[in-house]
Design a protein around this ligand. Structure first.
Ligand code: HEM
Length: 429
């Protein structure tokens, strides 16, 4: 099985590299990894019985992505890893120089972390010395970790003298229909998205980067995401917590990414070339209410079949929906207020965004209900694309009965640096 999508393309930006060092534990598990299934006996038994050719998965924890590519940051077009920790920060430093130092230190640390290495020494060199790395990922493989940095609108206010460097389209999102945003889950001067196939590796990265920021930036809000298929062979479309395949019609080919995601030469401020804009929404789901709804109604809301993911007008997952098809009584098969009809590029002047979302849970709410939802993350070359889609969805989507947008953020994502440089360095030039 390969990583390729229906159109034969692969969104993997950097080829997997072998893990460095024998001390790094390499773990492979899943249907295609019967050779090691014995070692993982019990836990992986269910998967190890998958028939060849069945949608199984191989979790290659030795996978490692390069940081210093000088191209796009990893974690955007990279095949989604299984887990994500997304955190935003308020900058407390008062000078541009201090922001620069933070971004330089973060860049060096991210390069280490993505290589599967500690951010600094943990040797007890002298009495009273604090370890540079907190240590909880020491015996773990790189796990396909990517850390993606975003710059929020607040960074370009009057505080740091960076106002004239502001990315052209970076502004707070306007109020959107059905918004139920909670201030503590909204905004941030900086964002970090850490994704990995091991949750401890993703969490360790954010923890150590947050620790490094102390004195310059405070944590603001965080979401712990899970639920993607592994970024390995046999990746199938993952399901959201409403039980539907999520990500079927997404951007895949390099051509589509160039057209809809990456900022080309001259399209924005120079230092953003190769970058993009990130929109993040924390969307709560009323899971209990959804679970009480019948499957036919659920399918009508998405205009897709629950099991196969096929559009209601098609037979298999990747069939193109036919928005004008009618049934025997002359009614449209796909409800124009279904989620897919409202979001599809055919009905939105060709607008396309790259969705890279994760499920999340915060446990149980005050009413004793499951507190969970979707960490919606999209990348697009203009925030106007997200805004246009959410205006339509927020106003009329049948799904709105079951969801609430409670958190939100927008960030400019600069390109990756080359070796010897750091993220957004040219912003200070
Ligand atoms: C909890 C919230 C949401 C859920 C559960 C959800 C779920 C889904 C599902 C199941 C699909 C169909 C499968 C697919 O093509 O991926 C879909 C499609 C899509 N969604 Fe969402 N979505 C949510 C929020 C959003 C938001 C906030 C946006 C953008 C503002 C969005 C944009 C899209 C787009 C563009 C498509 C593809 C439509 C097409 O071309 O067929 N979704 N979503």
């Amino acid at each position: 099985m390969s990583n390729s999508r229906p159109d034969g393309s692969s969104s993997e930006t950097v080829p997997a590299a072998p893990a460095r060092g024998l001390s790094r534990r390499r773990l492979v598990a899943g249907a295609g990894a019967l050779g090691v299934a014995g070692a993982a006996a019990g836990f992986f038994t269910g998967r190890a019985t998958a028939e060849p050719g069945e949608a199984g998965e191989i979790l290659d924890l030795s996978r490692r992505y390069e940081f210093y590519t000088g191209g796009h940051q990893a974690g955007i077009a990279t095949l989604p890893q299984r887990y994500c920790v997304f955190m935003t920060f308020d900058v407390t430093a008062v000078t541009a120089e201090a922001v620069k130092v933070l971004l330089a230190r973060w860049s060096a640390a991210i390069a280490q972390l993505m290589a599967g290495l500690p951010v600094g020494s943990i040797e007890p060199t002298r009495s009273g010395a604090v370890a540079a790395d907190t240590g909880e990922a020491l015996d773990l493989a790189p796990s396909g970790l990517t850390v993606t940095l975003g710059l929020g609108p607040g960074l370009f206010d009057e505080r740091f003298g960076l106002a004239d460097r502001r990315p052209r389209l970076l502004e707070d999102l306007p109020e959107l229909p059905s918004d139920q945003l909670r201030p503590p889950l909204t905004g941030g001067d900086l964002s970090l998205q850490a994704c990995a196939d091991d949750p401890q590796v993703a969490y360790h990265a954010i923890r150590d980067l947050a620790r490094m920021a102390r004195g310059s930036a405070n944590t603001r809000w965080v979401v712990l995401g899970f639920g993607r298929a592994s970024a390995g062979s046999g990746q199938t479309t993952p399901r959201n917590l409403l039980g539907f395949k999520d990500g079927t019609r997404n951007l895949t080919s390099a051509g589509e990414l160039d057209e809809h995601v990456w900022l080309g030469d001259g399209t924005d401020v120079d230092w953003m070339t190769g970058g993009t804009y990130q929109v993040v929404r924390k969307i709560r789901m009323d899971i209990e209410i959804w679970d009480a709804d019948d499957i036919t109604d659920q399918q009508g809301i998405f205009a897709r079949k629950k099991i196969s993911g096929a559009p209601l007008t098609g037979k298999s997952e990747f069939d193109t929906p036919d928005f004008s098809a009618t049934d025997a009584s002359g009614d449209l098969v796909i409800d124009p207020t279904s989620h897919v009809a409202l979001a599809a590029h055919e009905n939105n002047d060709g607008i396309k965004i790259l969705r890279r979302s994760y499920n999340f849970t915060d446990g149980i709410n005050d009413l004793g209900q499951l507190d969970a939802g979707l960490l919606f993350v999209s990348y697009q070359r203009t925030p106007a694309s997200f805004i246009a889609l959410q205006r339509r969805l927020g106003a009329s989507d049948r799904l709105n009965e079951y969801i609430a947008h409670v958190g939100s953020g927008i960030f400019a994502v600069p390109p990756a640096p080359t070796k010897g440089h750091f993220l957004a360095e040219d912003m200070f030039a």
